[in-house]
Design a protein around this ligand. Structure first.
Ligand code: XMP
Ligand code: MG
Length: 175
């Protein structure tokens, strides 16, 4: 990419408001329970950090790192776990936290893998959802924002490891 133009798609105040409401919903749904939150590295770390501080239920936190062969902005579908969680999840209530669902391949794979460990329940919370890009049927139980098919960065999301630090979710385009 040469010169890049950035445009705010979702501002930090809007994200903050939505994250609080998602956390309220999750806190209500899991009242009296103890959650294990599993963030997908690296993209979800900012969202995860904000989300847990808005929850009103006790939770444990762990992270998984996945890799898909092939680079660039398109998932190839050959996914593997390169860093597993360290928390046993059998019989636990588990919520996967992810920055964005696009083709659905990543979460389809992870949900399948974690189900083998027989959690009591397993749900998914994503900040962003590009529904029109699905290659496999996948629906997250908690969705922050539906977004159009544009490449986004910021609030943890990157383009070649750049822009994760931006507070807003931005669209980038080559000039
Ligand atoms: P799938 O296609 O498996 O992809 O649902 C999910 C992963 O793809 C990456 N992704 C993006 N990353 N801006 C990003 O920074 C985007 O617009 C975007 N779309 C997909 C992301 O790593 C996510 O975990
Ligand atoms: Mg990611």
């Amino acid at each position: 990419m040469g010169k890049v133009k950035k445009e705010i798609l979702i501002s930090k105040p809007k994200i903050d408001d939505r994250v609080q409401r998602l956390a309220d919903e999750i806190s209500r749904d899991y009242e009296g329970k103890e959650l294990v939150l599993i963030g997908i590295l690296k993209g979800a770390f900012v969202f995860m950090a904000d989300l847990i501080r808005c929850l009103r239920i006790p939770c444990e936190v762990d992270f998984v790192r996945l890799a898909s062969y092939g680079t660039g902005t398109v998932s190839s579908g050959n996914i593997m776990i390169t860093k597993d969680i360290e928390t046993p999840i059998r019989g636990r209530d588990v919520l996967i936290v992810e920055d964005i669902v696009d083709t659905g391949l990543t979460l389809y794979f992870l949900v399948d893998k974690l189900k083998e460990r027989e959690p009591e329940s397993l749900k998914v919370c994503v900040l962003l959802d590009k529904k029109e890009r699905r290659k496999v049927p996948f629906e997250a139980e908690y969705v922050g924002f539906d977004i159009p098919d544009r490449f986004v960065v910021g609030y943890g999301l990157d383009f070649n490891e750049m822009y994760r630090f931006l507070p807003d979710v931005c669209v980038i385009e080559e000039n």
